[in-house]
Every structure is written in structure tokens, then in C-alpha cells.
Design a protein around this ligand. Structure first.
Ligand code: IFM
Length: 477
């Protein structure tokens, strides 16, 4: 007899999206241009020339989308606010129509009994701020705090969790290092400046929100932490490669955010690139605020080898090819291909990495509650003759990763929720619409939504908090 594995009754089940990936209506309702509008409209940068102009048309179809979330039995919905929709230039005047859109959305979620988990920045920087230097410019962090304050004033306590930033690793290193994300710059120093200004933006924004809504307000930040292994754990070169990658990928965020200082070894490793003099007195104190929830995004693992020479190949981020490395100053580190199976992104499927990551965080920061704020997979989906999308591989991926979260929970890690990425197929950045992560399919011709088998499977899990078998697809919701 197989035993059913259960989650605690208060475990939060959710799904996540981001504004530029789903909203569309890029020039409606007073929205200003973002760096992703500019990037996606630059020929050759996004697969098939796709843009977020229409995306899933969520801006107009949100009532239907909320209804899907409700039918999925989800406790929470994680979405992002488009900064240029509410403040077109990123400073100065706010746009009442944009603010009204999010107020209505939040109110409708609350009415439907769904907790709004808001992300304030999921990569769509107002273009005007980029024109003034973007995240390489300290002023962007100050502007971000003003935008956060305004959102707190407008949306108030209806928001359950305020997530300041999504995956600042991507914003800094892919946006300013390898250039495979907007704004497409390939400037190592700017990438490291961006890391610091994003950390600062988090601290300043969290403080501003708490000033408006009180100390108890739940503040969060979501990091895409990297689980990296060594080619040869006995090799000193590989051990050092791992230390340095862990420094750039994880500790440059975790240590200032949760411990209030920058890791000395990483500052030392990167001194050939910058002396970090842009860190001003008092910055690390500003960055270090209590976060009620640390958001963790997990998809796959990687493996490094120290080569001792400058011949490393660093494009293991799955976000496209660039001759520039996101791994600043690590040209002597080689990323090895990971054994399969792989998703359509080329990312290896390794649920054990999820447990490993959560357990290691639980050990290092035992008092820090965690939430898996993204996890999911892109596969080539097809609509079958019966009109359904039998996405068995996605069901298996979700099943195995959610079981891995439960393993961490059972090992004593304080992990409080799981959000499937993504609610809907959407604009997958440099990959355009070619890569489908949704548990709900979007037909990009008609914009019709169709539940995939993974949605039916996930709805049962969210309803029962018991992990269904992968074959347990109940269409009678
Ligand atoms: O689609 C992205 C999301 O915007 C951020 N995290 C990773 C997802 C899949 O690549």
C-alpha cells in the first residue's frame, strides 16, 4: 500500500506570473515604456521578434484569470506590478489609471479569497530610468523606494506579502553583464554596481513600506539561488571555483540581505573589476532589514570546474547565448553539461537540488521562513485530439519537485508555501513565446486559456494538501 504524503493544512499553494510576461496593453492606460519594450522591439534580440505588446492580454482578461486561480483552489497568487504602468517615467508623476488597475485586481483577489503576493520589480524598469544609467545608477534605488512607498499607500494591507525584487541576479548579471536580458548591456562593472543598487533598493523599499503599513507588514525578496556542484570534489581548483560561483550567485545577495555585510572573499575575487567604492557608508545597514519570508526560485542545478586558465565557458544560465559572461571575473571557470533529462530550456531536471537548497538555507538561517516562489518547467505541449493538453512531463516535474519540498519540510526546514511557475504560458523573455511554462495553455492566436493536465493535478493538490500520484488527473473539478 502506498502512503499518501501530506502537507500541513496552512501550507500556502499558489501560482506566479509577472507583469511584462502576461499583461500586454503595452501602450494602453497611460503606461510608459520599459527596458523590455525597448529590448524586445530591437530586431534580433528576442526569438521570432516576439514582444510583450499583447502577451496574454491579462490587462483585459484578468477577471477570467482570477476565476482560473479560484477554480485551481489556490490560496495565493503571486504577480508583479509594472512600475512604468503606475509611474511611467520611474520618478515624478504617478498614473492614476495604472494604480486603479492594480487596486481593482487586488480587491478582486481578496473578494475571491486569494491572497495577493505582490512583486514590485520583475525586470520592467521604466526606460527613462535606464536612460539615466539604470541599475548601475544609485538614484534608481532611491526612486524605487518612492514607488514602493506609493504602492503601499495605495494598496495598503490588502496585500499579503510585499516582495521587493524578483531574481536580482538576473537583473544585474543578465541585464548588465551578458546582455541577454534588457537593457542588454555588457559591462562587468555596471553589473556589480547593479547588484549593490538592487540590494539597496530592497532595503530602502522595505523600510518605506513598513513606514506606511507598520512593522508587521510582510516583506520579502525572491532570489534565484544557484545549486552548483563540483566536477571533482577533491580538486582544490574545483573547490575554489565553487566558492567563487557561490559568492557571485548566492552570497552577494544573501549575506548583505540577511547578515548586513558583503562577503570579503567576493569583494577580493572581483577587485580586478571594481574596488566597490560605490558602497557608501551606512548602505549595508540600510540593506539589512528583517524579511518575514525569503522567496526561493529553483529550476535546476549546475556543475563547475576550475580550469586555471581563461578559457571558461559561462553560458550555463539557459537564457541565451552571449559571448559575454554573466559570471564576472570567472573566465577560468568552466560550466560542464549536466546529465539529463532536460526541459525545453535545456535545464537539467534535478529535484534533489530543491531539497539540498532548502536544507542548506534552513541550516544557515534557521530562523528565516522560506517560500518556494517559483518552480516549473517548459516543455513542447500539444493539444490532443480530445482537446486536452496531456503534459505528463510537467506533471512529473511538479510532482517530484513538490515531493522534494516536502522532504525539506520533513527534515525540519521552515518552508511555508509553493508557487508553480507559471499560471499561464507567457512571454519567456529572450525566448519569446516559444517556451511554455504555464499549467494553463494560452492559444496566442485566440488568447483562449485551456487547462493542461498539470493544472487539474495541481488543483487537486491545492484542495487536499495531499500529494496526488502523477496519474491522478481528475477532470471533474
Ligand atoms: O519566466 C521566468 C521568470 O520571469 C523568472 N524566473 C524564471 C522563469 C523561467 O525562466
Amino acid at each position: 500500500m502506498t502512503t499518501v504524503r501530506s502537507f500541513p493544512a496552512d501550507f500556502v499553494w499558489g501560482s506566479a506570473t509577472a507583469a511584462y510576461q502576461i499583461e500586454g496593453a503595452a501602450s494602453e492606460g497611460g503606461r510608459g515604456p520599459s527596458i523590455w519594450d525597448t529590448y524586445s522591439h530591437t530586431p534580433g534580440l528576442v526569438k521570432n521578434g516576439d514582444t510583450g505588446d499583447v502577451a496574454d492580454d491579462h490587462y483585459h482578461r484578468w477577471p477570467e484569470d482570477i476565476e482560473h486561480i479560484r477554480k485551481l483552489n489556490l490560496d495565493a497568487y503571486r504577480f508583479s506590478i509594472s512600475w512604468p504602468r503606475v509611474q511611467p517615467g520611474g520618478s515624478g508623476e504617478f498614473n492614476p489609471e495604472g494604480i486603479a488597475f492594480y487596486k481593482t485586481l487586488v480587491a478582486a483577489l481578496v473578494d475571491a479569497g486569494i491572497k495577493p503576493v505582490v512583486t514590485l520589480y520583475h525586470w520592467d524598469l521604466p526606460q527613462e530610468l535606464e536612460d539615466q544609467g539604470g541599475w548601475a545608477n544609485r538614484q534608481t534605488a532611491l526612486n524605487f523606494a518612492e514607488y514602493a512607498r506609493k504602492m503601499a499607500e495605495e494598496l495598503g494591507n490588502d496585500v499579503d506579502v510585499w516582495t521587493t525584487l524578483n531574481e536580482p541576479w538576473c537583473s544585474a548579471y543578465l541585464g548588465y553583464g551578458s546582455g541577454v536580458h534588457a537593457p542588454g548591456r555588457t559591462e562587468p562593472v555596471s553589473a556589480l554596481r547593479a547588484v549593490h543598487h538592487l540590494n539597496l533598493a530592497h532595503g530602502l523599499a522595505g523600510r518605506a513600506i513598513r513606514e506606511v503599513l507598520g512593522e508587521e507588514t510582510q516583506i520579502s525578496i525572491t532570489l534565484n539561488l544557484h545549486v552548483t556542484r563540483m566536477a571533482d570534489p577533491h580538486s582544490l581548483q574545483d573547490q575554489d571555483a565553487l566558492r567563487r560561483i557561490d559568492g557571485l550567485a548566492n552570497r552577494l545577495f544573501l549575506v548583505p540581505l540577511l547578515e548586513g555585510h558583503y562577503p570579503d572573499d567576493v569583494l577580493e575575487d572581483t577587485k580586478g573589476v571594481t574596488d566597490w567604492s560605490f558602497i557608501e557608508d551606512g548602505d549595508t545597514e540600510l540593506i539589512h532589514i528583517p524579511v518575514q519570508i525569503l522567496g526561493v526560485n529553483y529550476y535546476s542545478t549546475g556543475m563547475v570546474q576550475g580550469t586555471g586558465a581563461g578559457d571558461g565557458t559561462s553560458d550555463n544560465d539557459g537564457h541565451g547565448n552571449s559571448s559575454h559572461s554573466p559570471w564576472i571575473g570567472s573566465e577560468d571557470i568552466k560550466w560542464l553539461p549536466m546529465p539529463g533529462p532536460h526541459t525545453q530550456m535545456g535545464w537539467n531536471i534535478d529535484p534533489g537540488g530543491m531539497t539540498e537548497l532548502l536544507v542548506s538555507l534552513g541550516k544557515k538561517y534557521p530562523d528565516q521562513p522560506l517560500m518556494v516562489t517559483e518552480n516549473g518547467a517548459a516543455f513542447i505541449d500539444e493539444v490532443s485530439a480530445d482537446g486536452r493538453v496531456h503534459d505528463d512531463r510537467r506533471v512529473a516535474y511538479l510532482h517530484d519537485h513538490i515531493a522534494a519540498v516536502l522532504d525539506a519540510h520533513d527534515a525540519g526546514v521552515d518552508v511555508r508555501g509553493y508557487f508553480a511557475w507559471s499560471l499561464l504560458d507567457n512571454f519567456e523573455w529572450a525566448w519569446g513565446y516559444e517556451r511554455r511554462f504555464g499549467i494553463i495553455r494560452v492559444d496566442y492566436e485566440t488568447l483562449k486559456r485551456i487547462w493542461k493536465d498539470s493544472a487539474f493535478w495541481y488543483a487537486k493538490l491545492a484542495r487536499t494538501s495531499e500529494l496526488p500520484a502523477t496519474t491522478d488527473i481528475d477532470y471533474a473539478i
